[in-house]
Ligand binder design. Structure first.
Ligand code: ARG
Length: 256
């Protein structure tokens, strides 16, 4: 009986030693670093909801996900107004903004940008039956729509005598054109082209040349070291071919 007891006690002790031993060696998984990313998600093909879902997709979304993965971040993308992105960065509510955002000197005063990742430009869109407007020069004194806080809005405001109306999204600006509330929309060329290709060409067309060579960059809080980190991740994706693959997937051709 005594022997059995001793045996049992030893067994229990051995077990608990083993257990604590195991527990001590168990590696605590590092919680994944989270990269909180903001965007304005009505900007196809750069950021837009997947059909029938609230999940976002597009070139920007897949690019930041790939960069994040490269750097060991769990990427969380949330949508907000385009004009809310820079304030959200400054308030520390998001770590980065990727939203087809043009790198401008004005914005550089408020935020820091990554290296450019896409070359864009502005274009004028009018109704298909509008034979009078051939370029931005024909918009003097006319009614122009643009997305609020964008370079398209700034361009529209530079047109002499024009009445400029701003909208929360590019799509709403286009709808205003369709409804006859404005004579033209000024916005980003790749987004307008996508819109026309997806059915917008039933009522609208672009006119004139692409205006200004604009570069898109990822914005982070002013002077944040995150910009250099994102650049490093993007460099890796360029080296390993993933960047080109994404570019081809969304634009059907290699980056020029
Ligand atoms: N490239 C333009 C700008 O930076 C328009 C960007 C709009 N982006 C968006 N996600 N709605 O002003």
């Amino acid at each position: 009986m005594k022997k059995v007891l001793v045996f049992l006690m030893t067994a229990i002790m051995a077990c608990s030693l083993l257990l604590t031993g195991c527990g001590g060696e168990e590696k605590k998984a590092e919680p994944a670093k989270v990269l909180r990313v903001g965007t304005e998600p009505a900007f196809a093909p750069f950021e837009f909801p997947k059909e029938g879902s609230s999940e976002l997709t597009g070139f920007d979304v897949e690019l930041i996900q790939a960069i994040g993965k490269q750097l060991g971040y769990k990427v969380e993308v949330s949508g907000m107004g385009f004009d809310a992105l820079i304030p959200a960065l400054n308030a520390g509510n998001i770590d980065a903004a990727i939203a087809g955002m043009t790198i401008t000197d004005e914005r550089k005063k408020a935020v820091t940008f990554s290296d450019p990742y896409y070359t864009s430009g502005l274009i004028v869109m009018v109704k298909k039956d509008n034979a009078a407007v051939k370029s931005i020069d024909d918009l003097k004194g006319k009614r122009i729509a643009a997305q609020i806080g964008t370079t398209g809005e700034m361009k529209a405001r530079s047109v002499e005598g024009a009445t400029v109306t701003t909208f929360n999204t590019q799509d709403e600006a286009a709808l205003e054109l369709k409804n006859g509330g404005v004579d033209a929309v000024i916005g980003d060329l790749p987004v307008m082209e996508y819109y026309l290709a997806k059915g917008g060409n039933k009522f609208a067309m672009t006119v004139g040349e692409k205006m200004e060579a604009e570069q898109y960059g990822i914005a982070v809080k002013k002077d944040s070291k995150l910009a250099a980190e994102l650049n490093k991740g993007m460099e890796e994706l360029k080296k390993n071919g993933e960047f080109d693959k994404l570019y081809k997937k969304w634009f059907g051709e290699a980056k020029k």
